[in-house]
Design a protein around this ligand. Structure first.
Ligand code: GLA
Ligand code: ZN
Length: 666
């Protein structure tokens, strides 16, 4: 069965004795079977240093168990008690400008501080000893949305140690940093400070290493927490809740330490860019599934609205079910919300919840949540199945994003995530299964690999992409390919650097950046299109031109190319991604590579309609999703039976914001 429920903070209601019983009753009414407990409960669990009080949690977990609920138990390190910050100020964060923060907020802690690590380890071990074998507890939720960075002396020293082990000698670091530029040569590791506005901000490789270090240190902190909860029991899976595309942490480095990936999804449903947000949400579902290539948890989502966007729109009727089934379509084994009951005070008191301040089930949101829970029970046989294997992959690379976005060149505003997403969106509109993987990943199972703005190519990326094409893969690269190595040193001898030059058979000599409203005309496949963003001026070095610029001084130069290399082919797109060209071009490549679509008319679906498949032991499941506010007509493959209505049909009308789920042949 699917896990259904969400964040639960009963400690806020401890004095209101009747609430716990009321919650359990309402949870049954909402078809809730799982809660995430204890995310911010540290001051409740350890009210004074070393004095633990588990009485309330004992009772709560027992009663949850008695009423058939599962518990995902959190470690409370996302926010610390006041006494700790007062006694050990080092646990708090220091800002880049040197200001040490006072107690307040959450996530305000130093991941290096030995005291903080010791205090976290102690409470985690207490929790593990007490609850790891409780029959209600099914998983550990490590901390909460790891994020942020600290510039205290402890972190600075740890950064220096990190650099020393990365480079070995200061000479090697100087070469990697090209530090003769502006006379920045270091004499010793002790001179190195974290980069920042008030200090060093002109050594790109230093900035890159700092970001690597922040990920390294956060992962290290997480590993200590994992070791602590595993001390008393090794059977419980561990997860931590991540955020869609959080810039500051390279999530791909977290995956190997976790048993289950989980993430928090708050797209702007019903905002003016609603359909784009649906694709955004789909992209991150695919990203998080791809981290371990298997089922994951949707750990948080909004049951109705949030309180932190510029405009906090209500989710329209049906959107609750639609968002839940989108998660399941992409391979989630859970639909969990933030939050069960709205808090009475605090900064999130007006954040949507399943139970609002009225305290009843007689609300629109509660009814929708309950109907979704009931639908997930009906669809229970899908739980445990896998998503259909993807034959297309899009590359995603944090270090590349940090390097390219930080590079002072082309346009200052280079949004890597948006660029990758616009390619993804073109696939999403054509109902094609897609993985999102790191450029070092094993690419052999994919027929088509898409490299968007892969500016940074280290040796491993270069070799991996080269051998992928050599062995018969189709690789398409769009923009800025192979310009720098892992230290953001430019590749010499022409772009793309190294063997990629031979793979693509092109040389990219210059890049013309366009002002936002500027367009350059081009022709591809006999049709006229417009390029925006930037135009790269390519020379053919063996490749064949498929498209040409039609305006500007570079009219007549190639802008879409293909080159046979080994047993495969490498395509290049020299101008900004997105729009009609992207859909047409990727559609053409999907057909070239004979990629299977999830629906018969996949390449001409109405706006906002897409589909996904999961494969079970003896059946496949087809999800037909309509994110638009209009009813849409879709043709189905033969032999599909609607799992809820039990009807079978060839032409389907999908209601606005609805997802229909079919059992069909494998
Ligand atoms: C995040 C946090 C939650 C809560 C929600 C609100 O995902 O993990 O604690 O603050 O946002 O949307
Ligand atoms: Zn610190």
């Amino acid at each position: 069965m699917f896990l259904y429920g969400g964040d639960y903070n009963p400690e806020q209601w401890k004095e209101e004795k009747e609430i716990l019983g009321e919650d359990l009753r309402l949870m049954d009414e909402a078809h809730v079977n799982t809660v995430t407990l204890g995310v911010f409960a540290w001051s409740e669990l350890e009210p004074r240093e070393g004095e633990y009080d588990f009485s309330f949690f004992d009772e709560t977990i027992d009663r949850l168990f008695q009423s058939g609920k599962k518990v995902i138990l959190a470690t409370p390190s996302g926010a610390r008690p006041h006494w700790m910050a007062d006694k050990y100020p080092e646990v708090l964060r220091t800002q880049e400008n040197g200001l040490s923060l006072r107690f307040g907020g959450r996530h305000n802690h130093c991941y290096t501080s030995p005291v903080y690590r010791e205090k976290v380890r102690a409470i985690d071990e207490q929790l593990a000893r007490r609850y790891a074998n409780h029959p209600a507890v099914i998983a550990w939720h490590i901390s909460n949305e790891f994020s942020g960075e600290c510039y205290c002396a402890l972190c600075r020293d740890a950064f220096r140690r990190y650099l020393r082990s990365r480079y070995g000698s200061i000479g090697a670091l100087n070469r990697a940093y090209w530090s003769k530029f502006w006379s920045h040569t270091y004499d010793d590791f002790s001179q190195i400070d974290p980069p920042g506005a008030s200090g060093e901000n002109s050594v790109p490789a230093l900035v890159l290493d700092w970001r690597r270090f922040v990920t390294y240190q956060t992962v290290d902190f997480m590993k200590e927490e994992i070791a602590a909860v595993r001390k008393y029991a090794t059977h419980l899976p561990v997860t931590t809740n991540m955020m869609p595309g959080y810039y500051g942490l390279d999530y791909q480095k977290f995956a190997e330490h976790l048993d289950i990936i989980s993430w928090d999804n708050y797209p702007g449903w019903n905002a003016p860019e609603h359909l784009h947000e649906a694709a955004f949400s789909a992209f991150w579902h695919d990203f998080f599934r791809s981290l371990k290539g298997k089922a994951y948890y949707l750990m948080e989502s909004a049951p109705g609205w949030v309180n932190w966007k510029q405009v906090n729109k209500l989710q329209r009727p049906g959107v609750n079910r639609m968002a839940a089934l989108q998660a399941v379509a992409h391979g989630s084994e859970s639909v969990l919300y933030f939050q069960w009951r709205a808090s009475r005070g605090g900064t999130e008191k007006f954040h949507g919840a399943i139970v609002g301040h009225g305290g009843t089930s007689d609300t629109r949101v509660f009814r929708e949540v309950s109907a979704t829970g009931s639908a997930l029970e009906t669809l229970g046989e899908i739980s445990g199945s896998q998503t259909a294997p993807a034959r297309v992959a899009i590359l995603f690379d944090w270090e590349n994003m940090w390097a390219l976005e930080g590079t002072r060149a082309f346009m200052q505003n280079k949004d890597y995530r948006a660029a990758v997403l616009s390619c993804y969106e073109a696939l999403w509109q054509q109902a094609v299964a897609c993985d999102i993987v790191h450029p070092h990943a094993d690419l052999s199972r994919y027929s088509l690999v898409i490299a968007v703005w892969q500016y940074m190519t280290d040796k491993k990326t270069e070799e991996n992409l080269t051998s992928y094409v050599e062995r018969g893969g189709t690789l398409v690269a769009a923009g800025f390919l192979g310009m720098a190595d892992e230290n953001d040193l430019c590749h010499l001898g022409g772009f793309p650097g190294g063997t990629l030059k031979e793979v693509f058979g092109i040389c990219n000599e210059e890049t013309d950046a366009l002002f936002p409203e500027e367009r350059v005309a081009l022709t591809w496949n006999g049709e006229r299109y417009e390029a925006g963003g930037y135009c790269e001026l390519l020379h053919l070095k063996g490749a064949q031109a498929l498209g040409w610029y039609d305006s500007e001084f570079y009219a007549g130069m190639p802008c879409v190319t293909v080159h046979g290399y080994g047993r495969g082919r490498a395509y290049y797109q020299a101008f900004g991604v997105g729009g009609k060209f992207q859909k047409d071009f990727l559609g053409y490549l999907l057909a070239q590579c004979r990629i299977p679509f999830c629906l018969p008319d996949a390449q001409t679906l109405p706006d906002g309609v897409t589909a996904h498949r999961r494969i079970g032991e003896d059946a496949a499941y087809l999800f037909v999703e309509n994110y638009s506010a209009q009813a849409q007509e879709v043709a189905l493959p033969d032999g599909c039976v609607d799992l809820e209505s039990k009807k079978s049909t060839r032409r389907l009308t999908v209601e606005p914001f609805d997802v229909r789920v079919f059992r069909c042949r494998r």
